[in-house]
Design a protein around this ligand. Structure first.
Ligand SMILES: [Zn+2]
Length: 95
């Protein structure tokens, strides 16, 4: 087997080689709704951080700090922390 796609440390899926890596960093509740923060990565591509759940917002790597700041300003400190945690994991996993 040639280039095997070893999963990044944050991937929590059991999947065949070549499938998208996905890891849930954590979740919080906003207005009674479950909001998970996830990392997704097409093998060979960059690791993307997204807020999931009832909405789906992919956060550009350059915008994660600002998004976390905005969420903190909005009082969503748990969600802000998850975005920061996901950013750190995604950057580490991209090496
Ligand atoms: Zn994986």
């Amino acid at each position: 087997m040639a280039a095997s796609n070893k999963c990044p440390v944050w991937c929590d899926q059991r999947h065949p080689d070549g499938a998208v890596h996905r890891g849930e960093v954590g979740e919080t509740t906003v207005s009674g709704l479950r909001i998970p923060v996830v990392i997704l990565q097409v093998p060979g591509g960059p690791a993307d951080v997204a807020i999931s759940g009832p909405v789906y917002v992919e956060i550009h790597a350059d915008d994660r700090d600002d998004m976390a700041e905005l969420l903190g300003l909005a009082g969503q400190h748990a969600l802000a922390g998850l975005v920061r945690q996901a950013d750190a994991l995604a950057r580490g996993g991209a090496q």
